[in-house]
Design a protein around this ligand. Structure first.
Ligand SMILES: Cc1ncc(COP(=O)(O)O)c(C=O)c1O
Ligand SMILES: N[C@@H](CCCC[NH3+])C(=O)O
Length: 425
């Protein structure tokens, strides 16, 4: 799936499914996120088909996009959920994802969160440290429940991705070092309220090659054999998420190729396989639609100032991430390259880092023109903030020729009234 697969231009107008993006913009003020229901569904089905000959459960990584409409779409397709907080558990349950399809990851689960997850009866805790295991054991014992656990293993493998989204190296905070894994499992087996059932690994995000996955899964396969020899009943392997997407021109292995590799590395162990995809389900199912506020000529550069900012989509400022930016309406333009111009495309926020693209060629634009920031369906709205007291961008989901607002833009009053001015001021 490319950034434009589900957002093609027809007669010089960008469409999402059967609606022109500009028609949505007549009813929803920019900036707004726009998701294609069909893109999400197709992506999920691709995973389901790819893993159809394995005993696999797809647990969508809720952090990638936790909108209730997105979660409900995936719940109806049979998805489980990979969650990292009580908030995400609540979102998943509310959307209809059953507790027994929820795996709970994250490095710092609190007592309250563990209590909540246990009382619901989630499928598995992915435990990230011995102290966390101790807390889960304590809470489970108090509740007279048993927590099914896997340790998240840190295999010390380089994911060959951006360092800020690399999670499987020894220097990263995630998981239990593979060298200490057998000891950790030995301790877990002795703890009350704990049932050891699996092994978990997630080495990072936006992986564009299968090699790091393969390396990690080889370590995991060997560990499972050792753990079984130690007497542990390991019957679940959670292989994490991480499969990348095309933002620019990256060539990504297909979901089927990935699934075949998982089977080749782990199939002989006859475990239930959990996969936790996030980005590869959602990124290219969404765009951020923005309007040009001003075109400004600097001394050295031409700036296209748009009404979306780093508070709406932080990926370019945080990871220097590349997102294609495309004019929604190209009707005044033709294929002649003279109609293309080079701009720095920036937002309105008072930070130099509020830059979506430098020296980017796009169709010549003027105030009011709509621009689409592509591949924004994952780690877009979920990472947004109200910095500069800018309201969170609304979200829209399109299905066929219908669209619905799936998150409203809060009013300034609603946001400001959350602050409390003490009466002693
Ligand atoms: C534990 C865990 N599982 C799954 C994911 C989803 O990763 P991705 O969006 O790259 O598929 C993440 C995020 O990287 C994660 O931390
Ligand atoms: N937020 C990151 C992905 C992090 C994945 C979380 N483990 C991104 O936008 O690329």
């Amino acid at each position: 799936m490319t950034p434009t697969s589900y957002f093609p231009h027809k007669n010089n107008q960008m469409f999402v499914e059967d609606i022109a993006v500009s028609d949505i913009a007549k009813q929803v003020q920019t900036p707004f996120y726009c998701y294609s229901h069909r893109a999400i569904t197709t992506s999920f089905d691709d995973y389901r088909m790819a893993f159809s000959d394995q005993d696999a459960l797809i647990c969508y990584a809720v952090k990638a996009n936790s909108n209730q409409a997105v979660l409900t779409t995936l719940a109806k397709l049979g998805s489980g959920a990979d969650v990292v907080s009580m908030g995400e558990i609540k979102r998943a349950i509310l959307a209809g994802i059953p507790a027994n399809k929820i795996v709970y990851s994250g490095v710092a689960k609190t007592e309250e969160e563990i209590n909540y997850a246990l009382s619901l009866g989630i499928f598995q805790f992915n435990v990230e440290s011995e102290p966390e295991l101790g807390l889960i054991s304590k809470v489970a014992t108090e509740l007279n429940k048993t927590a099914a656990i896997a340790f998240r293993i840190n295999p010390n493998v380089c994911a060959q991705t951006h360092e800020k989204i690399s999670t499987g190296k020894a220097e990263n905070k995630f998981g239990v070092p593979i060298s200490k894994a057998r000891l950790a499992y030995q301790q877990a087996a002795l703890l009350p309220g704990i049932k050891v059932q699996g092994v978990d690994v997630h080495i990072g995000s936006q992986l564009t090659s299968l090699a790091p996955f393969e390396e990690a899964y080889q370590h995991i396969a060997q560990l499972v054999e050792e753990l079984r020899a130690d007497g542990h009943d390991i019957n679940v392997i959670d292989v994490g998420g991480g499969l990348g997407v095309t933002y620019a021109d990256e060539i990504i292995p297909s979901k089927l190729t990935y699934a075949q590799m998982v089977n080749a590395q782990l199939g002989h162990l006859n475990c239930k396989i959990i996969i936790e995809p996030g980005r590869s389900l959602l990124a290219n199912a969404g765009i951020l639609v923005s309007s040009v506020v001003f075109v400004k000529s600097g001394e050295e550069r031409e700036f296209l100032i748009i009404d979306a900012g780093m508070n709406d989509l932080i990926r370019p400022s945080m990871y220097d991430a590349y997102h294609q930016i495309i004019a929604v309406d190209t009707s005044t333009a033709n294929a002649d390259s003279k109609t293309l111009k080079t701009y720095d495309i920036v937002g309105p926020v008072c930070e130099t880092g509020d830059t979506f693209a430098k020296a980017r060629q796009v169709h010549e634009a003027k105030t009011g023109d709509l621009m689409a920031i592509m591949s924004s369906g994952a780690y877009g709205s979920v990472m947004s903030s109200t910095y500069n007291t800018r309201m969170l961008a609304p979200e829209v989901m399109v299905k066929g020729c219908d669209f619905s607002l799936v998150r409203i833009r809060p009013s300034y009053e609603d946001v400001i009234k959350q602050d409390i001015t003490p009466d002693w001021l």
